[in-house]
Write a protein that binds this ligand. Structure first.
Ligand SMILES: Nc1ncnc2c1ncn2[C@@H]1O[C@H](COP(=O)(O)OP(=O)(O)OP(=O)(O)O)[C@@H](O)[C@H]1O
Ligand SMILES: [Mg+2]
Length: 496
């Protein structure tokens, strides 16, 4: 609007160092993402081995070292590499884009970043610290002889490579654990498990192709022995046979501002507790949705980016869609952990087609496969249903006796929840529960107080009315109509 207003002076306003670092450290990297960003650089430098070492003493982690056997950098390359948002010419198949990852990832975790690199028989080193940045963006160039010794001693311990790079994080800001030995051990075991899952997932294509080995080591400052753990590939599409005939299917979407893009729609076999499905969680549920890859590196693991409203739709637990992103034509966030999809692009995803099928058809098919698998799991000989949570425990116990002869049974739960105004109840076949509209709770309860086991008579009646639907796990069109009538009749009776 004011682009035509005349300029009367020009002042150079360089960013203020301390503030820039504080802002960068808040960019939202977690430790696995920050390390993945450094591994991107190793891959771009054609490394075949990456070794991450956590140096510890008795109570805390003191440094993190990331070493690789890639092409390394000479003095000029290192200077450019250390520069924030340095102008680097990247190949189309590089993982690097912004000229920022090394610095932003490091300063999300530490206050001193040292890089030692060897190329063409020369070893060079440089260091950024928050203080020097604050003083005026001065990067320290370090003594090459000392750097050569440090490189030989610390880069891929056991055998320093002819070329490669060693990144060291000192004065860690996020990896602090208070207390004693036990705290650190607990912290390390959970942190390392998360780290291995994340790296195994993000780089699974490189690991499976044996183009790269990543190992993680915890080394005590005073002890020499440390056993490396090798990161295993976790392929989010690594199932033995498809959960639905005819899938995976490739859908084509015409994304505004991007062009044609392929969506490879998969359905995992139901109930398979495989590593690639669970991805470190217990249920695998959170990982439905899109898997965006850029140059074989996984950018986003799951989530529907607004294409499906609920990212954890229990009927879509097995639905995963692999998408290869065209480099440079779609925005990835700085920490390369997610994709920015506009509303228009989300619509275009939904309009994707494959041999006359729409993406919506795929979602419906995945939902139907999920319910069919649940039905098959229940089978004709499944245990009887009994009323569960939401009813008084005495009533529940008596029902187990009467309906299941105190033997095995499955419970149908009752919850008050948000529902459209014209519904008094809804049947949730997947979660085996009846949802009651909380807006009608007061009217239904009358004078009685609300509690976790309120309105037992209504709930028991609904149980008797609908248990067969839950046992069949399906509604016919006719039955659906009857349920709508039930809802309408109940609503009439509530209005008085
Ligand atoms: N391990 C490494 N081996 C060789 N060169 C490296 C290594 N790490 C960094 N570099 C050099 O430093 C440059 C800057 O790295 P940095 O991660 O900051 O930015 P980038 O990789 O260019 O882009 P992005 O911000 O997308 O990661 C790289 O482009 C590369 O030239
Ligand atoms: Mg990078």
């Amino acid at each position: 609007m004011l682009v035509d207003l005349a300029a009367v002076d020009r002042v150079k306003l360089a960013p203020e160092g301390g503030g820039t670092i504080r802002a960068l450290s808040r960019i939202g990297y977690d430790l696995p993402e920050a390390l993945a960003d450094l591994i991107d650089n190793s891959i771009d430098a054609n490394a075949r081995r990456v070794e991450i070492t956590f140096l510890r003493n008795d109570t805390q982690i003191t440094s993190v070292l990331i070493a690789d056997d890639g092409g390394g950098m000479n003095a000029d390359g290192l200077k450019l590499g250390m520069q924030f948002a340095g102008r680097i010419d990247h190949e189309a198949d590089d993982l690097g884009t912004f000229g920022l990852g090394l610095k932003s990832a490091s300063f999300s975790q530490c206050e001193t970043l040292t890089v030692v690199s060897r190329r063409g028989g020369e070893t060079v080193a440089a260091r950024w610290s928050v203080e020097e940045i604050d003083k005026g963006w001065t990067c320290e160039i370090l003594d090459p002889r000392g750097a050569a010794v440090a490189f030989t001693e610390n880069c891929l311990r056991g055998k320093a490579p002819a070329t490669g790079t060693l990144v060291v994080w000192d004065r860690l800001t996020r990896l602090g654990v208070g207390g004693g030995d036990d705290d650190l051990d607990t912290f390390l075991s959970t942190t390392l498990a998360r780290l291995e899952t994340h790296l195994g997932l993000v780089f699974h294509r490189f690991l499976e192709a044996e183009a790269l080995t990543i190992s993680v080591i915890v080394r005590h400052e005073k002890r020499a022995l440390a056993l490396p753990r090798t990161v295993r590939a976790r392929n989010p599409f690594g199932y033995p046979c498809s959960g639905l005939k005819g899938y995976p299917k490739t859908f084509s979407a015409d994304l505004p501002g991007v062009g044609m893009i392929d969506l490879e729609a998969h359905v995992w076999p139901s109930g398979l507790q495989a590593d690639g499905f669970l991805l470190g969680s217990r249920a695998g549920g959170p990982f439905q949705g899109f898997y965006f890859y850029r140059n074989n590196r996984l950018i986003q693991a799951g989530g529907w980016n607004g294409v499906v409203r609920n990212d954890q739709d229990s009927d879509l637990t097995e639905a995963r869609v692999a998408v290869e992103l065209p480099t440079d034509r779609i925005a990835v966030n700085v920490q390369k952990s997610g994709l920015q999809v506009t509303a228009g692009q989300a619509q275009a995803f939904l309009q994707a087609t494959s041999e006359g099928l729409s993406f919506g058809d795929y979602l419906d098919a995945a939902r139907a496969a999920h319910l069919a698998a649940r039905r098959a799991q229940r089978g004709p000989s499944s245990p009887p249903l009994t009323p569960g949570a939401g009813l008084p425990s005495g009533v529940r116990k008596a029902a187990v006796k009467r309906l299941a002869k105190d033997g095995p049974h499955e419970e149908l739960d009752f919850v008050w929840g948000p529902l459209p105004a014209d519904q008094v109840f809804d049947l949730d076949l997947t979660e085996t529960r009846v949802i009651l509209n909380r807006d009608h709770r007061r009217t239904i309860l009358g004078e009685a107080p609300a509690s976790g086991a309120d309105a037992p008579l209504i709930k028991m009646l609904l149980f008797l009315l609908f248990r067969a639907d839950f046992e069949r796990l399906r509604f016919s069109a006719k039955r659906r109509e009857q349920l709508e009538i039930c809802n309408a009749l109940l609503l009439d009776s509530l209005k008085k």
